[in-house]
Write a protein that binds this ligand. Structure first.
Ligand SMILES: [Fe+2]
Ligand SMILES: [Fe+2]
Length: 149
């Protein structure tokens, strides 16, 4: 991975803020979903997907290359693991978006909404595990390297 520019403290703050904003969109999406407000649910999921795409771009263009260059990635914290997980997360988000686009309020059984929420629970777990490891390894190490300057 090749960095476009060195990361800054503002990038690290942005990444942390993104993690919270992404979770908030998903929460609002699910709240709309259980209320059968399907167009709101789709709007929030689309916003979630957009924000997540921008977030992954920041991590892959700026943070991960710098993290990799530090050469201190511990077991379970390698830059390519994070990038692989991004591809998995993106694939799941694309599947969910297709499913939510397929729902229409007239004909959607409650069981379809329950099934969707269960699939989303798996995505939430994957995201939270991923973010915890980013915080523990990538963000902390980059923070240290910035602070040392
Ligand atoms: Fe990530
Ligand atoms: Fe992240």
């Amino acid at each position: 991975m090749k960095a476009r520019r060195p990361p800054t403290a503002a990038d690290l703050a942005q990444v942390r803020a993104d993690h919270e904003a992404i979770a908030a969109h998903l929460k609002r999406h699910q709240e709309a979903l259980v209320g059968f407000e399907l167009s709101n649910a789709l709007g929030e999921l689309e916003e979630f997907a957009r924000r997540l795409r921008r977030h992954i771009r920041l991590e892959e263009d700026i943070l991960l290359p710098a993290y990799e260059a530090l050469g201190a990635a511990p077991r379970g914290g390698k830059a390519e693991f994070f990038a692989d997980e991004h591809r998995k997360i993106e694939a799941k988000v694309a599947e969910l978006l297709a499913s939510v686009r397929g729902l229409s309020s007239g004909s959607t059984p409650r069981s379809a909404v329950v099934a969707l929420i269960e699939r989303e629970a798996r995505l939430k777990e994957l995201l939270s595990h991923h973010e915890q490891r980013e915080e523990m390894f990538m963000i902390r190490l980059l923070e240290k390297s910035l602070g040392g300057k």
